[in-house]
Write a protein that binds this ligand. Sequence first.
Ligand SMILES: Cc1cc2nc3c(=O)[nH]c(=O)nc-3n(C[C@H](O)[C@H](O)[C@H](O)COP(=O)(O)OP(=O)(O)OC[C@H]3O[C@@H](n4cnc5c(N)ncnc54)[C@H](O)[C@@H]3O)c2cc1C
Length: 475
Amino acid sequence: MGEVDAVVVGAGPNGLTAAVTLARAGLGVRVYEANETVGGGARTAGLTLPGFLHDPCSAVHPLGAGSPVWAELPLGRFGLEWVHPDLPLAHPVAGGKAAVLSRSVDETARSLDGVDSDRYRRLLEPFLGRWDDLAPEFLRPVLARPPRHPVLFGRFGLRALEPVAALARPFRGERARALIAGMAGHAIAPLSSPFTGGVALMFALAGHTGGWPFPRRGSQALSDALAAYLSSLGGEVRTGVRVTSMRELPEARAYLFDTSPQGLVAIAGDRLPDRYVRRLARYRHGPAVFKVDYALHGPVPWTAPECRRAGTVHLGATLEEVGAALAAVGRGQAPDPPFVITAQPSLFDDSRAPEGKHVLWAYGHVPFRWTGDLTDAIERQIERFAPGFRDLVLARAPAGPAAIEARDANNVGGDISVGRFGGRQALFRPVLSRVPYSTPDPSILLCSAATPPGPGVHGMCGYHAAAVVLRRLRA
Ligand SMILES: Cc1cc2nc3c(=O)[nH]c(=O)nc-3n(C[C@H](O)[C@H](O)[C@H](O)COP(=O)(O)OP(=O)(O)OC[C@H]3O[C@@H](n4cnc5c(N)ncnc54)[C@H](O)[C@@H]3O)c2cc1C
């Protein structure tokens, strides 16, 4: 490639999206990636036995399918194909019953108990069909501009700022309460935390809009599509290069860091004033996860038939059980039982495992930098809802916080959200600012999930950071 206008450090979904956004505007872009493959938290690897394809990090993509920036990119031409399970999500409770999140609001409502069906419809009704208006609002920095649909967004915001415990309070049956708590559990924060209601609402609305799909052949296909599109625009990716200092990077007009705040300081700290570096040092990490990938002899024998049709299955028998697990990790204790999130892509995509065999993706939350082994607790929780599961295991690949960080340096201490969801950081990250991607050096920006709108495979942090660069270069 010719001149390098912009350098991106890190080829995660945000780094690649930043690079693509800049290359589409005609800039010469080069990306440096520490791993041998692109993708960061959106990769696929053979972690167990030959023929089994696992996602070491993300597997399920409600926010990817609903990403406002990716909707504008021709990723299908570069190999991305979304696979939709029959049901986005099932959440089993006691007695072999389950709540489901279906693309259809009616099917979802019918899976709840008694009056909860109407309550669910009333909760979602004002927002149905409005994803395209709402997502660009909640997937951006809060202070950047006034909302384009103030009434709609105000209505959503009022529900969203509630703790999920309050959002779920009017529901009477265990199925609705567990379903809502489980969706909020992705925030990895106590159910009493403000904005966890918003997380549940966002995932429900995503389910009713674009679903919770997997990329065919695994999450790597999404990253490969972004990288191939970048290359078609003249951009370049250099893998296997861990950047440790600005001196290793070529002269450029902008440097975008798809790294943790610490990663940015380690590389570019000598270009940043001490005051800003001290502000970044106050950035707080959240709990970690313990992940297990399984190669299975057959499909998971869920007791509740709905779970056999779902891409994602959440395991926590009641709202209280999910809450107790999240509260325990917040206190620095291992949860027992853990709230376990599982995904079963091979039920819907036969490229993921040899014929008749299956993969299962599972994780539970643990304290930051926890060094124990959650494998047995995860398997006991799966067995509770799928007796006989353990007999199907051909191989397992456990990964605790240290291994999760080793796979991707952004996941400091196993914190897959690259920052705690709570307090000021629920909305403002890494620092309180109208343009949180900026640093005091106008050529240096942060574009990872440590910036708004935060974690998840959606590319919106990278997109917004690139937009700041483009505005500056054109000014
Ligand atoms: C176990 C797990 C499960 C998850 N499940 C889901 C899910 O199902 N759905 C979902 O939407 N999200 C999920 N996530 C979260 C999601 O993966 C992240 O929020 C997302 O990948 C963040 O994207 P990013 O581009 O900011 O950073 P990352 O994806 O972390 O990418 C950062 C990249 O930068 C590279 N890098 C870092 N430092 C350097 C350096 N010094 N030099 C060169 N390269 C460097 C890293 O190697 C990495 O490739 C999960 C994450 C994990 C770990």
